[in-house]
Design a protein around this ligand. Structure first.
Ligand code: IMP
Length: 202
């Protein structure tokens, strides 16, 4: 559950229009930052994710958005790497099922591709870039290891959460819910490094 920001909390703009990512970031940051995302800046451009790595795409998003507003901008590029699929869907996670951002199609394709396959090990990876005035200031990454199940379980979270069980748990991210996910997710791990950086910079 997010707390309202402190009135003098520093502002951090997340370079995304994905409400799930913004909510997860807000959950981790609590009241220490005023978190906005690109939906609050309709004049900022839509950033095309044409990179071939998480870092390239995270840079495109952070720099693109930070050129059109003042203050700190943080981007998140993330995805699922599956060992039995040679790391796919990876950087193409959001369009794996054939339609950008269609989580139902993405999960259906993943279940199809993984039928009868082993190992079922996989990880979520997240790369974040912090930018200001069109310049990259730092980047961070976080991962969470786990395995895939054969059918979707749970209704919380987003994306591949209903198919992914993090190591040390018996339930999927979609069953575990936001409190547990924000304690161990790839996104939370990258984000904590970004917060340490911002805290040191004052
Ligand atoms: P991006 O917007 O290009 O970074 O794409 C991220 C995609 O990776 C999402 O659309 C999901 O398919 C997947 N993904 C990233 N993080 C998560 C997560 O925390 N849970 C489930 N799926 C995720």
């Amino acid at each position: 559950m997010s707390l309202p920001p402190r009135s003098h909390a520093p502002r951090l703009v997340i370079a995304t229009r994905n409400a799930h990512k913004t909510a997860e970031i807000r959950d981790v940051l609590g009241e220490d930052f005023e978190v906005l995302d690109a939906t609050a800046f309709p004049d900022c451009p839509e950033i095309e994710e044409i990179g071939t790595t998480f870092l390239e795409n995270a840079r495109l998003k952070a720099l693109g958005i930070s050129r059109c507003l003042q203050g700190w901008v943080l981007s998140d590029d993330s995805g699922l790497e599956v060992d039995a699929l040679d790391g796919a869907p990876g950087v193409y996670s959001s369009s794996y099922g054939g339609e950008e951002g269609n989580h139902a199609l993405n999960n259906q394709r993943l279940m199809r591709e993984m039928k009868g396959k082993s190992p079922r090990t996989a990880r979520f990876r997240c790369t974040m870039v912090l930018a200001r005035d069109g310049r990259e200031e730092a980047h961070f990454s976080g991962t969470v290891e786990g395995h895939l199940i054969g059918e979707m379980r749970g209704s919380q979270g987003f994306g591949y959460d209903p198919l992914f069980i993090p190591d040390g748990h018996k339930k999927t991210f979609a069953e575990l819910g936001p409190e547990i996910k924000s304690g161990l997710s790839h996104r939370a791990r990258a984000l904590r490094q970004a917060v340490d950086f911002l805290t040191q910079r004052g």
